[in-house]
Design a binder for this molecule. Structure first.
Ligand SMILES: [Zn+2]
Length: 150
């Protein structure tokens, strides 16, 4: 699996999980890679070293919450600040918790209504989604915001 650090034209950074570099490029070309903050599909890949610690336990502060958004535009402004944007994602997505993987898969195969969801997934689960071509993004949550949400 490829974990890529991506950024939209508005400067929102996020991680995308893909089965391979080819999968990323074909999803990007198809307009399927979109910013979880604002829905922008002008995505660039940031140059970073490959992540080697995937699958090993990470400290809670580094925990990312996977999100999957429907292809919907938003009226977010370029100067929207990070915290506001994160709150917007929270408002636009349904927290499905541990059911994230099941729900993302059901939507992908048309068995559930297409909508924005967020929840929890292990790196192994994220990998299997990526291998099925299901776009999933990890949104690093500011620690302060997590406290207010949970
Ligand atoms: Zn964005």
């Amino acid at each position: 699996m490829k974990v890529l650090n991506l950024q939209c034209a508005h400067g929102h950074g996020f991680e995308g999980w893909f089965a391979s570099q080819d999968a990323f490029e074909s999803q990007l070309a198809g307009g399927l890679v979109e910013c979880p903050m604002c829905g922008d599909t002008t995505i660039v890949k940031l140059l970073t070293a490959p992540r080697l610690n995937l699958g090993s336990p990470r400290p809670p502060e580094a925990e990312a919450q996977p999100v999957r958004l429907p292809a919907a535009a938003s009226n977010d402004t370029p100067d929207a600040r990070w915290m506001r944007a994160v709150r917007e994602v929270m408002a636009r997505t349904e927290d499905v918790g541990e059911r994230f993987v099941d729900e993302a898969r059901k939507m992908h195969y048309g068995e559930a209504e297409e909508r924005g969801i967020r929840g929890r997934a292990t790196p192994e689960q994220a990998q299997s989604l990526a291998e099925e071509g299901i776009p999933v993004f990890a949104l690093p949550l500011p620690a302060a915001l997590k406290e207010t949400l949970q």
